[in-house]
Design a protein around this ligand. Structure first.
Ligand SMILES: *[C@@H]1O[C@H](CO)[C@@H](O)[C@H](O)[C@H]1NC(C)=O
Ligand SMILES: *[C@@H]1O[C@H](CO)[C@@H](O)[C@H](O)[C@H]1NC(C)=O
Ligand SMILES: *[C@@H]1O[C@H](CO)[C@@H](O)[C@H](O)[C@H]1NC(C)=O
Ligand SMILES: *[C@@H]1O[C@H](CO)[C@@H](O)[C@H](O)[C@H]1NC(C)=O
Length: 279
């Protein structure tokens, strides 16, 4: 197999000489089912963000945004409805989680990538498997600035369907300058079902059944949605070059390592009707 460094190179000096570094990469990715998906990956060094977007063959539009400065990952899914089954044209869900810097290359390194053979169909070198995310909180998008300003920009259409986790809040609380009160105020446990929903005044932790185990189309349930990022730059590769002296061996960045990763999000769905794929 050809080293990836031959396909995707990092232009460090070159970009200042020629305008070869486009602001985004267009990558053809072959997924498990054999379909080819076109991924767009772009970075913004000022904001220190990377965003990646593609449309699945079932029409689902997936957008992933990494906000490195705030340690936030947002994954938005726009899922097309089955109109013959009475669903809306589409629904939008946003999943907001804490992000560890080492899972992706930096926005700066990303901005320096360019592609040699744009038509090439790519397969990630490393499969990072599945991660289960049990989203136990609703996130109030209008108060989400305390997490990242990008949540509101991306999730405006998912006002009632933006989710996060208590575990993520605990991570963000540790960011310098974060206010625990403000973070807690932006989120709400969804196991605490408000009184109006149950005809009583008290709020109680309830456990919901999985949509897959629910036959009532109008009952609330826990929906499960799998989203896979088929190809992303997850690390830098270093090559060794000989220095002037015989003993001096320097290493330089000469390419990227690529990964694939799937997320299984479990979240509160108001009605099973909005989760018909989970059967
Ligand atoms: C990057 O982010 C800055 C600050 O939000 C914004 O002004 C700029 O337009 C963005 N650049 C691109 C290429 O999107
Ligand atoms: C994630 O959940 C699925 C079922 O929902 C289970 O089969 C799998 O083992 C879980 N994976 C991890 C890493 O917990
Ligand atoms: C959600 O409920 C858990 C358990 O009752 C609690 O520890 C946590 O602080 C609550 N989170 C929010 C955002 O209210
Ligand atoms: C529930 O709330 C209503 C009005 O808000 C009140 O009249 C009623 O007494 C309350 N019931 C209980 C059991 O607290």
């Amino acid at each position: 197999m050809k080293a990836l460094s031959e396909i995707i190179v990092i232009c460090v000096v070159v970009q200042y000489l020629f305008d070869v570094c486009t602001p985004h990469l267009l990558i053809n990715v072959r997924n498990q089912g054999g379909d080819i998906l076109l991924e767009t990956i772009s970075s913004n060094v000022t904001d220190d963000t990377i965003s990646l977007e593609f449309q699945r063959s079932d029409g689902t539009l997936v957008t992933q945004l990494i906000d490195f400065r705030n340690e936030v990952q947002v994954i938005k899914a726009l899922v097309l409805g089955e109109e013959e089954r009475g669903q809306n044209q589409y629904q939008v869900m946003c999943f907001v989680n804490h992000f560890y810097k080492m899972d992706f290359i930096s926005s700066d390194a990303m901005s320096k990538l360019r592609q040699k053979n744009p038509g090439t169909i790519r397969i990630a070198e490393e499969d990072r498997g599945h991660s289960n995310y049990t989203m136990d909180l609703f996130l109030d998008v209008s108060r989400s600035n305390v997490i990242s300003k990008h949540v509101a920009a991306l999730c405006g259409e998912a006002a009632d369907t933006t989710y996060t986790r208590n575990d993520d809040l605990k991570q963000w609380v540790q960011r310098p300058g974060s206010s625990e009160t403000a973070l807690m105020a932006a989120a709400r446990n969804f196991t605490l079902v408000p009184a109006a929903d149950r005809g009583t005044n008290e709020t109680k932790h309830v456990s919901l059944s999985k949509c897959a185990d629910t036959s009532n189309l109008w009952a609330p349930c826990t929906c499960s949605l799998e989203l896979c990022i088929g190809w992303y730059p997850c690390g830098l590769k270093f090559c060794k070059g000989k220095g002037d002296g015989k003993k001096v061996v320097s290493s330089y960045r000469c390419g990227i390592k690529t990964c694939k990763k799937c997320f299984i999000f479990s979240y509160y769905s108001q009605v099973k009707q909005n989760c018909l794929w989970d059967e």
